[in-house]
Design a protein around this ligand. Structure first.
Ligand code: OGA
Ligand code: MN
Length: 372
């Protein structure tokens, strides 16, 4: 906090908003020296080791979904944030491209829902990948118009989040992807939450100038279950605040492959992504083609990519970031209320206070991109 204290107030009236704007600023660029980087060891006394349960998950089970053995994970907590866990890229070398391809090629497909469906017909938003790859596999030219993949901002899975009402409902559900459920199940088991049921997913697609406003994820009906977040591609600054808007947030980097678990007291904290930043030197967003995962595993979820798929994913993640949040909506034995609940997110909860703008953002594009 030391260096930032001169620039922004530490607490008081909407300290979160001030720090959000501090990190979002382009000119002059902000000082990033207070941002916690979990990929470097021992650089903040706020970082504490996290306790994992390696007995709950076998090495074979983790390898199937492209994860290292749990005993090799570098998992951390943060002083003052009980229930928050940060796992610094637990993926096996060569398995991230598979998950990126799922996010770009598989999950945007029907019956899943995406932002483009809001103003395009189902036939137009079918095969987003196929309609876009030509443009992506040859060098971009000035005259080329944006591909559908370039215009993809969000995808919802399982119980589809309704951005307008900020609710999930029993009637708007399609099967949650089995592979992403397995990945989420292994991670939550290792973190001490056996029996996690992945029921809803929100994928956010960020360009270099995108941000995600200040919010709390409280639409799920059972807050005792953890919320999982996966990051791929470019890095981001993540701000984790408190239960009140005026609590000043802690800034941290999210790099490609990093996983966050928000549970317990940290499940309902304000958070935001003010800025996308370059991946660190020597840590490319996607490892080189050809060092694919061991395909000899029986029943492996992760499979090698074709050269073309890898090239498209590599190019995309060079300029962009994909974030996947996985949520359990209902507790064991719980069901949706008969009538839609009226107790949901309010305007004050979202973004940086500009509620008209944030309503627009939430209703069409979750991730707010400055059009250039
Ligand atoms: C969300 C979210 C954070 C991120 O989708 O609710 O907080 O890192 N995403 O994109
Ligand atoms: Mn969130």
């Amino acid at each position: 906090m030391a260096k930032m204290a001169a620039c922004v107030v530490e607490s008081g009236e909407d300290a979160f908003r001030k720090i959000f704007k501090f990190y979002k600023r382009r000119n002059p660029p902000p000082d990033f020296s207070d941002v916690i980087d979990f990929s470097r060891s021992a650089q903040s006394d706020q970082v504490i080791p996290a306790i994992l349960d390696p007995s709950g998950v076998s090495d074979e089970e983790t390898a199937r979904v492209g994860l290292q053995p749990v005993r090799d994970w570098r998992a951390f907590g943060l002083q003052g944030y009980p229930g928050f866990m940060f796992i610094s890229n637990p993926f096996l070398l060569g398995s991230k491209p598979f998950w990126v391809r799922q996010c770009l090629k598989t999950y945007p497909q029907k019956p899943n829902v995406c932002n483009l469906d809001m103003h395009m017909s189902p036939s137009e938003t079918q095969d987003i990948w196929d309609k876009s790859v030509h443009g992506l596999s040859c060098p971009p030219s000035r005259t080329q118009s944006k591909t559908l993949l370039d215009r993809l901002r969000w995808v919802t899975l399982g119980y589809h989040y309704d951005w307008e009402t900020k609710t999930y409902s029993a009637s708007h559900y399609t099967p949650f992807p089995a592979d992403l459920h397995s990945l989420s199940f292994q991670i939550t088991s290792a973190c001490g939450f056996p029996g996690f049921n992945a029921e809803a997913g929100i994928l956010n697609y960020y360009r270099s100038d995108s941000s995600l406003g200040i919010h709390v994820d409280e639409s799920e009906l059972d807050h005792s279950r953890p919320l999982l977040s996966f990051s791929f591609g470019k890095s981001a600054i993540f701000l984790l605040g408190g239960t009140r808007r005026q609590d000043p947030p802690t800034a941290m980097y999210m790099h490609s492959g990093d996983v966050m678990v928000m549970s317990g007291q940290s499940r309902l904290l304000y958070h935001a992504v003010p800025r996308i930043v370059a991946a660190p030197q020597g840590h490319p967003a996607l490892e080189v083609s050809g060092c694919g995962p061991a395909s000899s595993l029986h029943d492996s979820v992760v499979e090698p990519l074709s050269e073309q798929d890898w090239a498209v994913c590599s190019r995309y993640t060079h300029n962009s970031r994909v974030n996947v949040t996985v949520r359990q909506v209902l507790g064991p034995g719980q069901s949706f209320p008969e009538t839609p609940s009226s107790h949901q997110r309010t305007d004050a909860d979202q973004t940086d206070g500009d509620s008209a703008k944030s309503r627009k953002r939430r209703s069409c594009d979750c991730v707010d991109t400055v059009e250039t």
